[in-house]
Design a protein around this ligand. Structure first.
Ligand SMILES: Nc1ncnc2c1ncn2[C@@H]1O[C@H](COP(=O)(O)OP(=O)(O)OP(=O)(O)O)[C@@H](O)[C@H]1O
Ligand SMILES: [Mg+2]
Length: 412
């Protein structure tokens, strides 16, 4: 496997990988004038030294929330004489009140941050720093739903405004989870949602134009067929209007073309890339499953993979498993790992959760097959699923180190 820089050096496909990376902020953000304008408007009072209104930005993943916000922040930085001090915080990394406060301090008062103070000291330092010359602190909390003690954080940040005579704090929250509202204290809610801004999913035509811009900068001239571009845009529009997803597929298609040392990206690569992306999404879901659901899914995958067992039903194309044999396999799996198996009641619950995630399908067998039983079908390729679950459950060891539960040994 060639590494990225090798690929770059002799790539007939890519002109710049950086432009295609998920961290790249494009200079031009299409179809987001209104949104950018609204973020600017929300920030305008802060820039002049007045307390602005808090802003909450939400919308599905890949709709440009982070890009537009960062774009405005960069723009603000170039303005002369601004009163505001802006801190952008990715709450995936800074996911608690303490970490957020610490990040604000380390951005603006780096020497103080290193000294290991507690939350109270940080709060006092921050308050006096703001008050010093009536600063306005703008705290941008991206992926704000990931802050564990969000109510405390919002409370602390808004309390600064009532504790000081001059200057203040403005909060910009960003999230792709609209339902996290329900978990918030009504007081936090009203301050966080003072002004709302919604980012709508992109349409296929919009995605086409966004992709086209990126193709021009990131790919060599004329290597991406128009047809490919429209295909990727259309399928991404269907997947929720996610520009990140669209870029990812296009980049992947480029990589496939590169690997095969082709001069163009064709529909074949686009289709293959789309399939790969779909798999990746599924395996992301798998990694977030609770432990025993992983075990059950692993049992299903192992049984599906092992050919020729008399317990298995096939209709020539698909493999169906009996609910009972899956439970049995799950039990022996947990025993092998010195863990206690959950009861059948829990097991049935796990099955319906796996079904809800779209990983398996289940059917009632109807009369004739062993009376009346539930049949289970894995909806993804068993081999890949086994590999992924093996890694998830046992860590990145080789199968022979996994104590007799590797799929290879299942062909009894
Ligand atoms: N209007 C646009 N023009 C050009 N590129 C865009 C546009 N919107 C999004 N993108 C690109 O799509 C990708 C995803 O955008 P961004 O990270 O801003 O989405 P997001 O709404 O913050 O998603 P999430 O909720 O998952 O964090 C980025 O690579 C960004 O460059
Ligand atoms: Mg984002």
């Amino acid at each position: 496997m060639r590494n990225l820089s090798d690929m770059m050096a002799d790539s007939k496909i890519f002109a710049s990988r950086e432009v295609l990376s998920p961290h790249y902020t494009p200079k031009k953000l299409l179809y987001r004038e209104r949104e950018i304008n609204n973020i600017e408007k929300a920030l305008a009072p802060s820039l002049k030294g007045d307390r602005g209104r808090n802003l909450f930005i939400y919308g599905k993943t890949g709709t440009g929330k982070t890009s537009c916000t960062r774009y405005v922040i960069e723009e603000v930085k170039t303005l002369p004489n601004i009163k505001a001090k802006i801190t952008y915080i990715n709450c995936r990394l800074y996911n608690s009140r303490f970490r957020v406060l610490n990040k604000v301090i380390s951005d603006h008062l780096p020497t103080y941050a290193k000294r290991g103070f507690g939350a109270v000291d940080l709060y006092e330092k921050l308050t006096s720093w703001i008050e010093e010359d009536n600063k306005i602190l703008v705290v941008v909390l991206d992926e704000v739903d990931l802050v564990k003690d969000l109510d405390d954080l919002i409370y602390t940040l808004t309390r600064i405004n009532s504790d000081i005579r001059a200057g203040g704090v403005t909060i910009i929250g960003i999230s792709n989870k609209v339902d996290f509202k329900a978990a918030l204290d009504p007081r936090s809610l009203s301050s966080l949602y003072e002004t709302e801004l919604v980012f709508a999913p992109y349409y296929a035509t919009e995605l086409s134009a966004i992709l086209k811009d990126r193709v021009n900068a990131g790919f060599k001239k004329d290597v991406v067929d128009e047809e490919v571009l429209h295909f990727v845009a259309a399928m991404s529009a269907k997947e929720g209007g996610d520009a990140r997803f669209a870029l990812k597929i296009l980049t992947k298609a480029g990589e496939l073309a590169d690997e095969h040392e082709m001069a163009r990206v064709t529909m074949k690569e686009a289709n293959d890339a789309a399939k790969l992306a779909e798999n990746e999404i599924v395996y992301d879901v798998v990694s977030t499953l609770p432990e025993h659901q992983k075990f059950v899914l692993y049992a299903i995958s192992l049984l599906t993979q092992s050919g020729g067992s008399y317990k298995k039903l096939t209709d020539g194309v698909d493999t169906y498993l009996f609910s009972g044999e899956v439970y049995h396999r799950y039990k022996s799996l947990t025993e092998g790992m010195k863990k206690e198996a959950k009861s059948e009641r829990w097991y049935r619950k796990y099955l319906s959760e796996l079904e809800m995630q779209g990983l398996i399908a289940s059917f009632e067998s109807g009369k004739g097959i062993r009376g009346h039983t539930k049949l289970i079908k894995l909806l993804y390729p068993p081999k890949k699923m086994c590999e992924v679950l093996q890694k998830e459950i046992f860590g990145p060891q080789k199968p022979e180190e996994t104590g007799g539960v590797a799929p290879e040994r299942d062909n009894a």
